[in-house]
Design a protein around this ligand. Structure first.
Ligand code: SDX
Length: 388
């Protein structure tokens, strides 16, 4: 199909099709390089903090000392969530998935703030602060509420990541563990036009409010092919149960054309650089807090996959080792993807701002494959054969 100027090729899932210009994140999938606003993920994970990285992603530059202090103070000031949202969460079924609770509570924030002010810089800044600040509080709140407890209030004397772990586990975290968690948040903060970020941009392009943009992205991230994979990886490792079972499991999965969770990526043809850093963080956790047998299963599976899957450019992605770190941090498995969302809000907000800066509503085309020019048939004359 052509529109004259150039051939328009139908690409399922928009694979390889650029749909926007962006200056936020660059991925070199062939060589396994990832950078946020030009800074390598290795440098950011080693030297930055999640809030500093969020600032970089959203506003485009690393903050000065004063800018960072002000941003941290603003986020700290807005951590609390209205009792109305907490009471709403108390009506959610305790057996509901935390990603559904997060999507509902994130959308509900829009009820508190007018939606028609996205052209005002102060509204945009306030929305960024509120979402970065309140998403962790809502994730932790649902965890306590579903256990039949009242959520605990944020602590102003704890930094961002330590405060989340405190609200979630009711214990002040070990400083090393909090730093490792903060680095995990840096690693998950942004990844160009992944499915949930694309959802965010499509939703943003209609000029709706940022709370709806984030709720749309949360719903997209929840899928097992995207952010939901980190939960499934642990279930897979437990099914394999021991390193010497990895080869047989992999062989059977490949024969059945079953996807190995935590492996493969639309962009990377080598190991996801985030997986390598997360593997290092897992080993740091195990050295300090004790080993996890599932790690030996994971490394055995990666070794076996290097022969069977690497030939197809299928390697571990960001979700393969992250769950092992989170489990050691005491984070319940079905909260792994909400933790991914806590981090990815930074990337979604960066893309929300960028979309507003040069907006054109997304409305792609299609190739129609349905029936045409059918004669109307009154209901009394219809037969089942007609639908065959
Ligand atoms: C995330 O996009 C992002 O940036 C996402 C993310 C981010 O930061 O936002 O990186 C986060 O979502 C990571 C991915 C988490 N999902 C999983 O780990 C689920 C398992 N992975 C696959 O479902 C898959 O690899 C995808 C969805 C991640 C990518 O799928 P693609 O690019 O659409 O590839 P495909 O399904 O078309 O597969 C191409 C081939 C197929 O083989 P053939 O039919 O051509 O013979 O590769 C095979 C697939 O069967 N393949 C796999 C595989 N992934 C692809 N085979 C076994 N195991 C896998 N995991």
């Amino acid at each position: 199909m052509s529109n004259g100027a150039h051939e328009i090729i139908f690409r399922p899932g928009l694979e390889g099709v650029p749909v926007t210009h962006s200056a936020i994140c660059d991925i070199d999938g062939l060589n396994g390089h990832l950078s946020y606003r030009g800074y390598s993920i290795e440098d950011l994970a080693a030297h930055s903090t999640f809030l500093e990285t969020a600032y970089l992603l959203i506003w485009g530059e690393l903050p000065t000392e004063e800018q960072l202090h002000d941003f941290e103070a603003e986020v700290q000031r807005h951590r609390r969530v209205s009792f109305r949202v907490r009471d709403m969460m108390k009506c959610f079924p305790a057996t509901g998935h935390p990603m559904d609770a997060l999507q509902s509570s994130a959308a509900s924030l829009g009820l508190f703030y007018s939606r028609r002010a996205i052209d005002r810089p102060k509204y945009v800044y306030d929305a960024v602060i509120r979402l970065i600040a309140k998403i962790p509080t809502m994730v932790a709140a649902f965890q306590l509420i579903r256990k039949g407890q009242d959520p605990i209030q944020p602590r102003d004397d704890l930094a961002y990541s330590a405060n989340f772990l405190y609200m979630l586990t009711e214990r002040e975290p070990d400083p090393i563990a909090a730093r490792i968690f903060d680095r995990c948040l840096i690693l998950h903060a942004e990844h160009s036009l992944n499915a949930s970020t694309f959802s965010a941009r499509v939703t943003a392009s209609t000029l709706t409010d940022p709370y709806a943009v984030v709720a749309s992205a949360v719903g997209t991230l929840a899928g097992p092919l995207h952010g939901g994979a980190n939960e499934d990886v642990l279930a897979m490792l437990e099914e394999i149960s021991s390193p010497d079972q990895a080869a047989a499991y992999l062989k059977k999965a490949v024969e059945n054309k079953q996807k190995i969770m935590g492996f493969g990526h639309r962009e990377y043809r080598v190991k996801d650089p985030r997986a390598s850093i997360l593997q290092g963080l897992a080993e740091e956790m195990f050295a300090r807090f004790g080993r996890d047998d599932m790690y030996d299963v994971a490394t055995a599976l990666e070794r076996e996959a290097s022969s069977l899957l690497a030939v197809k450019g299928i390697y571990p992605n960001v979700d393969f080792y992250s769950g092992l770190v989170y489990r050691k941090l005491g984070i319940p498995r079905d909260l792994f993807t909400p933790v991914f969302a806590i981090s990815r809000v930074a990337g979604w907000l960066a893309h929300w701002r960028e979309q507003l800066g040069a907006n054109r509503i997304f409305r792609p085309s299609q190739i129609y494959t349905g029936k045409v020019t059918r004669a109307w048939c009154p209901v009394e004359e219809r037969t089942l054969e007609m639908d065959a």
